[in-house]
Design a protein around this ligand. Structure first.
Ligand code: MG
Length: 167
């Protein structure tokens, strides 16, 4: 029952993306959550490290997309120097915007991985859409209140997941 919240891969941060696994699976498009996945939610602009990472991934041939439930201003400002595809008010865990983004990038669900920090929005969304689900640890503890409430439940899901992986 909890499986729909379990990631396919769990990483500490986006600089540890499982590129070998992506290659093995034929992943061609990477869809990133922004807040607490790529940057703290209160940092408006992408920093040099993120810009370099996105540049590197593009050079590796990946199509890149930001998919955020946050508003237009936040997403467009953050994407300014990244020049990825950018989708705001994505309505995750709803899959409609993700499916539109995959269509626009010309990739299938099997060729797509979603990278995010929240089990109940990002990972659930990825599974519903049938794309690879990559969970990162949240970048920092400065969460918006509604997110804070979810973290407690999230920890319980992740404990169950880790027990499963240890078997
Ligand atoms: Mg997030």
């Amino acid at each position: 029952m909890l499986e729909r919240f379990y990631p396919d891969v769990y990483i500490d941060n986006i600089f540890l993306l499982p590129l070998d696994e992506f290659k093995k699976r034929g992943i061609k498009a990477l869809v990133f959550d922004i807040d607490n996945t790529v940057a703290p939610y209160d940092i408006a602009e992408a920093d040099e490290e993120i810009i370099s990472l996105f540049k590197f991934l593009k050079e590796q041939g990946y199509r890149l997309c930001l998919l955020s439930n946050n508003n237009k201003k936040r997403v467009e400002k953050f994407n300014e120097k990244l020049e990825a595809m950018a989708v705001y008010r994505a309505g995750k865990p709803g899959v409609k915007k993700l499916e539109n983004a995959m269509f626009d990038m010309g990739v299938t669900k099997k060729q797509t991985a979603l990278v995010g920090d929240q089990v109940f929005t990002d990972i659930y969304c990825a599974h519903k859409a049938g794309v690879m689900a990559v969970l990162t640890k949240p970048i920092c503890n400065r969460d918006q209140l509604v997110t804070k409430v979810k973290r407690g439940l999230e920890r319980r899901v992740l404990k169950a997941y880790q027990r499963r992986m240890a078997k």
